[in-house]
Design a protein around this ligand. Structure first.
Ligand code: N01
Length: 541
């Protein structure tokens, strides 16, 4: 993109626009800055961090080990940074992301407080026109969306939300001034990871906590703890090997699975392994404790029976225990949670459970929450009601491809991508950790590096070969969509209603969205496509 004298021509399109400055956008920024390309990054928040910027509710914490849920691109960085806990809390993760942005001088590339409002393909000029709510309009040959899969809050479909006279908070957009729950009657709606992490902490200070549970989550104790200096030294000494193992693994982590089926094991052996995973603080361990846990309902049921016993042993009121463990779907088919004292919290006299499957919420009222059985008074309501996942944020970017087709229309029946990276009809637009890639079912920081590295290689290839347009071939895309569905449906994952199947948003098509073929295998596949000159993509000058 040079003027005749060799300098950058300000009228010519930028090389790249990146949308988002969370883990994904920040790594793309790092790679682009190093490449010498002309680019700009737009971020709607006032700072870096993405999901870790917004989700600052009490107890917000990662459930992948810190030493694995971190960038691997710089050995200096991974050697210097000191994680303090096995599972880092949100403040520590945000400090880390800010540190990365400062250490590599990335802030200067990012326009903060700037929401992208439209991304429109100009076929004549063969570039994208990107507009923002600040009035910027820039043109760029390539667009990289790094907007996260869990970044648009889901508005709970409950009547009367606006009528509530007390304080309302959403875990996914928690205020920076910490709410004070002391002496207050708090209602919490939602029992996914966010609810399960925040409820025990809210209960520490609130006068009364009422948890409205519609679907009970599977959750296991996180066994979080401070990291020992010796184990950190040992891990750092082996970082290269650990990272290679993560990259080649099914889940992008160091969890190693068993290859024998639960259905062929003795009761004693099953119990031994399930207990081991329970004590390890690793739901990933449980998912791969036997080869058939996520593929055979009977095998899965053995684990469910084990977990039911655990809940009944911790929770004193057996009726409450039954409600907390009334799972009607297989373990793992909704995202499993890791918690700290979640079940034990229900032993406190001021913590109550309302099973809204049996006693549905009718409305939020000025004074609290009305269910079929009556009204409960609250001073505060916390909504831990989740996200319009995977596609919610992408659709809100106002993306229009060839012939003005909206991405939302092209994906009206569910996402259609080739390798989860591109969509036919939307040339030169790459999606980082979107639908039909491993994304949320693996260590997402590894997945981000994998995608960004692949995209940067594709841009290098395009530059080296005089290619101006890269677009998914519709036939290759059809094959990939079928493959993602086939692999997903060979497991129990699509059985449950959840954000993974779009089932949490009324009106969205039910489609299982992540790719379950394994992180390492997926990495090999996309690397092979690159090595073979990008079959399945149409490349033109
Ligand atoms: O959201 P969720 P989340 N009335 O969708 C309920 C990641 N994460 O924010 O299932 C009553 O899981 C809903 O009930 P139902 C992680 O990937 C990671 O908790 O619709 N209830 C459900 O119980 C996680 O999976 C970490 O029946 C309503 C809950 O709200 C993902 O983010 C921490 C309702 C939503 O659960 C999302 O987790 C936090 C209604 N109208 C999050 N609407 C860690 O790394 C919704 N619900 C640890």
């Amino acid at each position: 993109m040079s003027a005749p004298d060799g300098s950058a021509d300000p009228q010519s399109p930028l090389d790249v626009v990146v949308i988002g400055a969370g883990f994904g956008g920040l790594y793309a920024t790092y790679r682009l800055a190093a490449s010498g390309r002309r680019f700009r990054v737009f971020e709607k928040a006032p700072d870096v961090g993405g999901t870790w910027f917004y989700n600052r509710y009490p107890g917000a914490r990662c459930d992948v080990d810190s030493l694995q849920y971190s960038y691997s691109f710089s050995d200096d960085l991974q050697q210097e940074w000191e994680w303090t806990e096995r599972f880092a809390g949100q403040p520590e993760i945000l400090r880390y992301i800010r540190h990365v942005a400062q250490r590599f001088d990335l802030y200067r590339h990012i326009s903060f407080d700037t929401r992208v409002t439209s991304v429109v393909w100009d076929d004549a000029a063969r570039c994208w026109e990107v507009s923002t709510d600040r009035g910027d309009t820039v043109r760029a040959t390539w667009v990289v969306t790094a907007v996260g899969c869990l970044s648009t809050p889901k508005e709970p479909e409950i009547d009367g939300l606006a009528d509530f006279a007390g304080e309302s908070y959403y875990t996914n957009s928690w205020p920076h001034d910490e709410p004070d729950f002391r002496g207050k009657r708090v209602g919490v709606i939602g029992t996914g990871s966010s609810g399960i992490q925040s409820i025990p902490l809210i209960a520490e200070t609130a006068a009364e906590v009422t948890v409205y549970q519609r679907t009970p989550a599977y959750t296991m104790p996180a066994m979080n703890r401070p990291l020992e200096p010796d184990e950190v030294v040992a891990h750092k000494a082996q970082y290269a090997q650990h990272r290679a193992q993560e990259r080649g693994s099914r889940s992008g982590t160091l969890v190693v699975g068993h290859t024998d089926p639960a259905l062929a094991a003795s009761d004693q052996e099953r119990r031994r392994r399930f207990e081991e995973c329970w004590r390890a603080g690793s739901f990933g361990c449980a998912l791969v404790s036997f080869s058939d846990i996520v593929t055979h309902r009977d095998a899965n049921d053995h684990l469910v029976d084990f977990l039911q016993e655990k809940v009944h042993a911790i929770v004193e009121d057996q009726e409450v225990a039954s409600a907390l463990a009334s799972w009607e779907y297989p373990f793992g088919s909704r995202r499993v949670c890791l918690d700290t004292d979640y079940y034990a919290t229900f032993n406190a006299p001021h913590v109550h459970l309302v099973d809204v499957k049996r006693d549905p919420i009718i409305a939020v009222t000025p004074g609290g929450v009305r269910t079929q059985s009556g009204e409960r008074a609250h001073d505060v309501i916390v909504y831990a009601t989740g996200f319009d996942a995977f596609t919610g944020t992408l659709f809100r970017l106002g993306i229009r491809g060839r012939d003005g087709v909206r991405l939302a229309d092209a994906w009206a029946d569910g996402p259609r991508t080739y390798l989860g990276l591109q969509t036919a009809g939307f040339p030169n637009l790459f999606v980082v950790v979107g639908p039909q890639s491993p994304s949320l079912v693996v260590n997402v920081v590894r997945a981000i590096e994998q995608h960004v590295d692949w995209i940067m290689d594709a841009l290098d290839h395009a530059d080296a070969h005089g290619i101006g347009v890269v677009e998914a071939d519709p036939a290759a895309q059809d094959d990939w969509v079928d493959h993602v569905a086939e692999v997903g449906h060979a497991t129990l994952y699509p059985v449950a209603d959840s954000y993974m199947t779009n089932a949490n948003i009324p009106g969205k098509p039910r489609v299982f969205m992540p790719y379950l073929g394994g992180f390492g295998a997926y990495g090999e596949r996309i690397a092979q496509v690159a090595a073979q000159g990008y079959p399945g993509f149409v490349l033109s000058a």
